[in-house]
Design a protein around this ligand. Structure first.
Ligand code: PLP
Length: 453
């Protein structure tokens, strides 16, 4: 019965047209609403159908999203939200993108999947496009080959395996990997091993051996760990996402590249969150001198706009140490995912689109800076680059309390480590929704501060 109710409600809200009506809100007409109660349709659906049958992973509020349009989302209670999350930097072209829906439909009538036993057209096109567009954008100068997979963690898993194989091709003991404090590279055993967060790692120890942890603010910490005979790779996010929206300095990356070169060590850039147009260029490293470019680049998230896809891009030097059968995947490079990825890459590398990202970033930074000025005792600074932004709170304002309050007021935002509120909207978020969302954020911060007095 409840299952029928839930299904009917979804159908009503997604087809009834009512909830697509755009309600522009200003501070004067923001209506705060607590999360749906346990007695609501939402509460009943979660507690009866979902939670008892789902493996415990996330702590989630009583919120069931049913559909979206662009940068707006709607829930089972017909509430509307401005979306500053884009599914954690994923739906870069917004929800329910019409052109993408047509492409998905078209490809689904031709070929979804045929495994990697054979070639398919979209996978070849995507690999080729990623390499050529990367070079056009000023990124990874020696990019040559692409391994397609299904997620960020798999892209990093491949990167780590390729690096180990490369290291072992030089000397059997060249297997160590250097990673950094506050980094996040995924949850599979390999990716988790280079994600030095005790909360994520401790329950699953022992992890893979040979991982060393350095600090992005201290190049000496790398110097003390890197060894020509032992280290095969260094993995780093040019802008740390989960870890608190920390932009790694150009100087540090330049010195790091030099250390890698001096020690025959591969440099892996994880651009899973910061890449694919989020900083106004195809890659966060596209602005760096060629001499600083990586040997391996990993990507995922925005590449599929919500369809699970990831990729690992390597140079010919790395390719040379790999052989048939070393690595593989059933779904990676499936025709549907690759066709979607190709469409996304075309869109985000369009010059007008990238200019839009820079313009939207400037609007965000200017409005967020006003929040910093308005609440100097509680808000420290604006962090990040492009549309990977954060508000650094002081100790007397908790990021999760503000995220909860924002949700009650109709805005979805995310936390990041170090007490940061993370903002990663669709790259084409309309300017009026940026203003509306930041107004809700401002209002929510004020409410949380007042309630804590
Ligand atoms: C920088 C970075 N690397 C890797 C991952 C893992 O990606 P996925 O969740 O697709 O496995 C994430 C996810 O948040 C990420 O932000």
């Amino acid at each position: 019965m409840l299952r029928q109710l839930a299904t009917r409600q979804v159908r009503l809200t997604s087809k009834g047209g009512v909830s697509f009506a755009r309600n522009i809100r200003h501070i004067s007409n923001i209506v705060s609403q607590k999360d749906a109660s346990e007695d609501s349709q939402t509460g009943k659906f979660i507690n009866t159908l979902n939670k008892p049958y789902s493996v415990t992973t996330y702590a989630r509020p009583n919120l069931v999203l049913t559909h979206g349009k662009g940068s707006l989302l709607y829930d089972l209670e017909n509430r509307q939200y401005v979306d500053f999350t884009s599914g954690i930097a994923v739906t870069c072209l917004g929800h329910a993108n019409k052109e993408l829906a047509e492409i998905i439909h078209d490809q689904s009538t031709k070929l979804l999947h045929c495994s990697n036993l054979y070639y398919n057209l979209p996978a070849g096109e995507l690999a080729n496009k990623l390499v050529s567009k990367t070079k056009e954008s000023g990124g990874m100068k020696d990019a040559q080959r692409v391994f397609l997979c299904n997620s960020g963690t798999e892209a990093n898993e491949a990167a780590l395996k390729f690096a180990r194989k490369y290291g072992k091709s030089i000397n059997e003991n060249k297997i160590e990997i250097i990673t950094f404090n506050n980094s996040f590279h995924g949850r599979s055993m390999g990716a988790l091993s280079v994600t030095p967060n005790p909360k994520y790692q401790a329950p699953f120890a022992p992890l893979i051996p040979g991982v060393q942890v350095a600090d992005t603010a201290d190049i000496e910490s790398v110097k003390s760990l890197i060894h020509k005979d032992k280290t095969c790779a260094v993995i780093i996010e040019p802008i740390q996402g989960e870890g608190g929206i920390n932009v790694v300095s150009e100087k540090f990356l330049t010195e790091l590249r030099k250390l890698c070169d001096d020690n025959e060590v591969l440099l892996i850039f994880d651009e899973i969150q910061c890449g694919l147009g989020r900083t106004g260029k195809l890659w966060a490293h596209s602005n760096l001198e060629q001499a600083v470019h990586p040997d391996i680049l990993t990507m995922a998230k925005a590449l599929g706009n919500g369809f699970p896809i990831g990729a690992t891009m390597i140079t010919e030097k790395v390719e040379n140490s790999l052989a048939v059968g070393d690595h593989g995947t059933t779904y990676g490079g499936n025709a549907l995912g690759a066709r979607i990825g190709s469409f996304v890459v075309d869109k985000i590398t369009d010059e007008t689109f990238s200019e839009g990202v820079n313009e939207k970033s400037a609007i965000f930074v200017s409005l967020l800076s006003k929040i910093v000025e308005k609440y100097p005792d509680h808000v420290e600074s604006v962090k990040g680059k492009g549309l990977l932004l954060g508000l650094q709170f002081k100790d007397n304002l908790t990021n999760s309390a503000v995220v909860d309050k924002c949700r009650e007021n109709g805005l979805l935002a995310i936390t990041a480590a170090l007490n940061v509120l993370r903002i990663v909207p669709a790259l084409n978020i309309p300017n009026d929704l940026i203003r509306e969302g930041v107004e809700i954020l401002d209002f929510s911060i004020k409410q949380v501060i007042e309630e804590s007095k």
